[in-house]
Design a binder for this molecule. Sequence first.
Ligand SMILES: [Zn+2]
Ligand SMILES: [Zn+2]
Length: 176
Amino acid sequence: MRKIEARSKQHPLRLNVGFLLHQGVGTSREFDFDLQAVEVSEDVDLAFLRGVLNLTRISQGLYLQGRLDTQIGLECDRCLTDLQHPLSITPTELLYFPPQPAGDPALGVPETGILDLKPLLREYFLLGMPMHPLCRPDCKGLCPECGGNRNETVCEHLAAEVDSRLAVLKSLLPDS
Ligand SMILES: [Zn+2]
Ligand SMILES: [Zn+2]
């Protein structure tokens, strides 16, 4: 409960980097992450987030690099079961200070010095997601007839399907 309250005040992926604006080039600062249940965006829900991001002051802004490990909640492409997909990202980005132009607003440090990493990290997580996540490599999927999960149940339609496939195969075979 307390965690949720703290997060509603400030999301853990919003970093106060204002102090780095006034530091000399080469100054760096590490940000450690060890979080449970992080909502990065509507489409990116993380079971946890662990790792380190390093921000270094350079002349144009901040250089961000690091590594974050997570598990991302997805749905099996075949049977629609919820699954947790392990994912690691190693972001490296140049974040511009104003008034330097940043083509992508996610790559700018606002005047407030509060850097919202959510849009930037969302892109990394989306890129790292599998196109067709599977609960297991040999997932049998759902029955198109009754919607039953074929990993868990054997419905009558499966046998009928196999029979009809065999019939097709037999019809392809030359008559002996
Ligand atoms: Zn599945
Ligand atoms: Zn069925």
